[in-house]
Design a protein around this ligand. Structure first.
Ligand code: B1M
Length: 215
């Protein structure tokens, strides 16, 4: 197998031995670190999701895959191109209450940081009160919420309602696998100033939206 094929398989198998060597080989073969993530590793994660969803993979193995993904991202992150210059704007980023999935959120963090934004990454399982508090403390220009569970999409809408009640007047980016554009445009626009909530399909979409909303 080529290093490219092996990398995808490593995510599926949760196999970290020799991971760095394959990542280096891919870089030497001309791959950009972000393309390795988006085109090779996330392909493997997609398979993991399908296997888990259909009952063919058990949770501890999904965790191994996630750890392998994180190790790969940690290895690639310092090798990514970074924009220099002053910081453009601040975003407070969090995975919502009850949800532990953070690989996507952390990719959003890396991509925004590398493009000159200041990211205050609160971590996982964040109650809305913490998000609002951090947005105020850090004088954020935007808030980003991530969540992968279907129940997280409901939490996001509730969070938006609470932010409205609290008078938080910031643009909000929403992302995560269970979310759809339709849900954001229908349920979430109703809960918050509709012009200020945007759906990000992936981390690059998040970057483009961030540039737009903080203009
Ligand atoms: Co979980 N899990 N999981 N899991 N897991 C899913 C989400 C699931 C779809 C799997 C499945 O059934 N096929 C399913 C949810 C079903 C549902 O709600 N309908 C599920 C489940 C059920 C669970 C548990 C409940 C299982 C259990 O305990 N019985 C449990 C939940 C615990 C909890 O949260 N309370 C659980 C646990 C776990 C692990 C801990 C083992 C692990 C997470 C480890 C970690 O993150 N540290 C895990 C994993 C790895 C997955 C899958 C397989 C992969 C997720 C992932 O990292 N994808 C996942 C399957 C799937 O998503 N289809 C699954 C790669 C990542 C880059 O993608 O996060 O979507 P994603 O991010 C994307 C975009 O969505 C977007 O950008 C990224 C790409 O560029 N994006 C944003 C995300 N956030 C954004 C924010 C933005 C902008 C863009 O701006 C703010």
């Amino acid at each position: 197998a080529t290093p490219e094929e092996r990398l995808k398989q490593r995510i599926i198998d949760g196999d970290r031995t020799g991971l760095d060597d394959d990542l280096l080989a891919a870089i030497e073969a001309g791959w950009q670190p972000l393309d390795i993530i988006n085109q090779l590793l996330l392909d493997g994660m997609k398979v993991v999701g399908e296997l888990f969803g259909s009952g063919k993979m058990q949770l501890p193995f999904v965790l191994q895959s996630a750890e392998t993904m994180k190790a790969a991202v940690a290895f690639l992150e310092p090798r990514m191109e970074k924009a220099d210059g002053q910081q453009k704007a601040t975003i407070v980023l969090a995975t919502v209450k009850g949800d532990v999935h953070d690989i996507g959120k952390n990719l959003v963090d890396i991509i925004l940081t590398n493009n000159g934004y200041r990211v205050v990454n609160l971590g996982i399982k964040q109650p809305v009160a913490e998000i609002i508090k951090a947005a105020r403390e850090h004088k954020a220009d935007a808030v980003g919420m991530s969540g992968l569970l279907v129940k997280s999409t409901v939490i996001m809408r509730e969070n938006l309602e609470e932010m409205s009640r609290e008078g938080l007047d910031l643009p909000v980016l929403l992302g995560g696998a269970a979310l759809t554009r339709k849900y954001v445009e229908e349920a979430c626009h109703e809960a918050y100033d509709s012009g200020r909530v945007a759906y990000a399909r992936d981390a690059f979409d998040g970057l483009n939206l961030m540039a737009k909303v903080v203009e």
